[in-house]
Write a protein that binds this ligand. Structure first.
Ligand code: HEM
Length: 461
């Protein structure tokens, strides 16, 4: 079974109809450039374009995007983020804002659903992401992290982003998919890597039957067929095993759901691919930034290494959180207004897209003193107020994997820091670049590791 052309059609990012009915005068100010240019600027140059629009138009501004100039109103203040996250989920839809991901993730994807369907799917997935489940995954994550960091050669600079990508993919395949068969893992890794690397331009064209006959779409659709074949094979084999209830991976938990809530293979496939795409590169980017920031600041590194030696999870979590604050992986979260709504005292018409900007919210000096400084302690000193730190979005749509990625981040950092000292190899400072939907370190967050000096109490037992 694979995603058929018919299914692709139904999942076209933007359905028929336009946004021309929205009255430009009723929306907050913004650039008057053609939508094509604004879309390009937002996708390719978000780290320059979005702050520039903020400086020019203030805390609330409107950009217009392809395909037909649909308005996206960006909000930068924490109280406005709170309003949007608390908005009625029947009015503030998220699925439509994520529609661009439909061709890959599938129509049942949690990210694409709204209303009752979203509520049902989320409640089925949630138990696999709760505290007790997360504690159960930690051992596997730690083991995979130990295997990874023990291979790092001292003195040789490397791109930590690449290593973290390899590691987080392995974590998803083992902990979420629960795949243990070596040959299936070997088949999954390359195809997943290619699928994760799909650009928004490719995504925009994906659902068009003519376009999908051309490169690069043809290859991506072929990759997806391979992925689907592997995923459906795993689902079929897993359904058949006798001890399903004893398995703790996310796939087994989903398959164990019985009766009316029983998920079809297609639903399970869509949720798995969603978790894979949402959880792999995002966590890798956050972790590589954390390593980079620690490597460039000996004092912060020493504090984090002491925390690792003392198994101080709270401190290590603060390191991961501060890395996500300073370098947001996802730039904004979008809600589509199904009805007219009032946000920030502005009456917005039906059809408007509204988005708290994570990028700008995290950089506000009013919210975070010295916002450009990497200082994990701010998360321990009670300085970070509600809705000023929103890397995982919020409300009923808050990232379901938030706890998972923090657990993973702490476990991985601990293993790195117990085994290695870090420094930067010199050369250019790193800065963010857009990679598809996420932001990643442009130069891969290059670091060097050094052996722990004898006598240092940090070596793992
Ligand atoms: C640093 C790591 C991560 C970041 C920065 C991140 C960020 C986000 C953001 C911003 C959203 C949208 C929230 C909203 O609309 O309010 C989201 C949703 C989601 N994330 Fe994550 N995520 C991360 C890791 C993960 C992981 C590890 C998984 C799963 C294994 C995951 C699965 C999901 C899913 C399924 C949703 C959709 C939730 C819904 O619509 O109900 N994410 N994530």
């Amino acid at each position: 079974m694979s995603v058929t052309d018919d299914r692709l059609q139904r999942m076209r990012p933007f359905g028929p109809g336009g946004f021309g009915h929205l009255d430009a005068r009723s929306l907050p100010p913004g650039p008057q450039w053609p939508a094509l240019l604004q879309t390009f600027a937002l996708i390719r140059f978000r780290h320059q374009f979005v702050p520039a629009m903020h400086r020019r138009y203030g805390d609330v501004f409107t950009v217009r995007l392809l395909p037909d100039g649909q308005p996206l109103v960006l909000f930068t203040r924490p109280e406005h983020a709170r309003e949007i996250f608390a908005g009625d989920p029947e009015v503030f839809h998220a699925g439509k804002g994520n529609a661009i991901l439909g061709p890959i993730m599938g129509e049942h994807s949690l990210l694409l659903l709204d209303s009752a369907e979203h509520k049902r799917a989320r409640s089925l997935l949630l138990p696999a992401f709760h505290g007790s489940a997360l504690r159960g995954y930690e051992g596997v994550v730690t083991r995979l992290a130990q295997e990874e960091v023990s291979r790092w050669a001292p003195g040789v600079p490397f791109r930590s982003l690449d290593r973290m990508n390899t590691l987080t993919l392995e974590v998803i395949l083992r902990v979420v998919f629960g795949v243990t068969d070596d040959s299936r893992l070997a088949q999954l890794r390359p195809v997943v890597n290619r699928i994760v690397d799909v650009s928004p331009v490719v995504l925009l064209g994906w659902g068009h039957p003519l376009v999908t006959r051309l490169r690069p779409w043809r290859e991506r659709v072929a990759d997806q067929r391979v992925l689907d074949t592997l995923v459906y094979a795993e689902i079929a084999e897993r359904r058949a095993i006798p001890d399903l209830a004893g398995r703790t991976d996310v796939l087994s938990r989903l398959l164990a759901v019985q009766d009316d809530d029983r998920l079809t293979d297609e639903e399970v496939r869509d949720q798995l691919v969603t978790l894979l795409l949402a959880g792999h590169e995002t966590t890798a980017s956050a972790l590589s930034w954390a390593l980079y920031e620690l490597a460039r600041d000996p004092e912060q590194l020493a504090a984090a290494r002491s925390a690792a030696a003392a198994a101080d999870r709270e401190y290590l979590e603060a390191v991961v959180k501060e890395s996500m604050r300073l370098h947001p992986v996802i730039p904004m979260v979008v809600r589509h207004l199904r009805e007219p709504a009032r946000v920030a005292g502005i009456d917005l018409p039906r059809g408007t897209n509204v988005a708290p900007s994570i990028l700008l919210g995290h950089a506000r000096a009013e919210s975070h003193g010295d916002p450009e400084v990497f200082r994990p302690r701010r998360f321990l000193d009670g300085e970070v107020a509600a809705h000023t730190w929103i890397p995982f979005g919020g409300g009923v749509r808050r990232c379901i994997g938030a706890g998972f990625s923090l657990m993973e981040g702490v476990a991985v950092l601990r293993e790195v820091l117990l085994r290695h000292r870090l420094s930067l190899p010199g050369g250019r400072a790193d800065r963010p670049k857009v990679r598809n939907i996420t932001s990643v370190p442009r130069h891969g967050a290059r670091i060097v590791v050094h052996p722990t000096p004898p006598g240092e109490a940090n070596a793992p037992s």
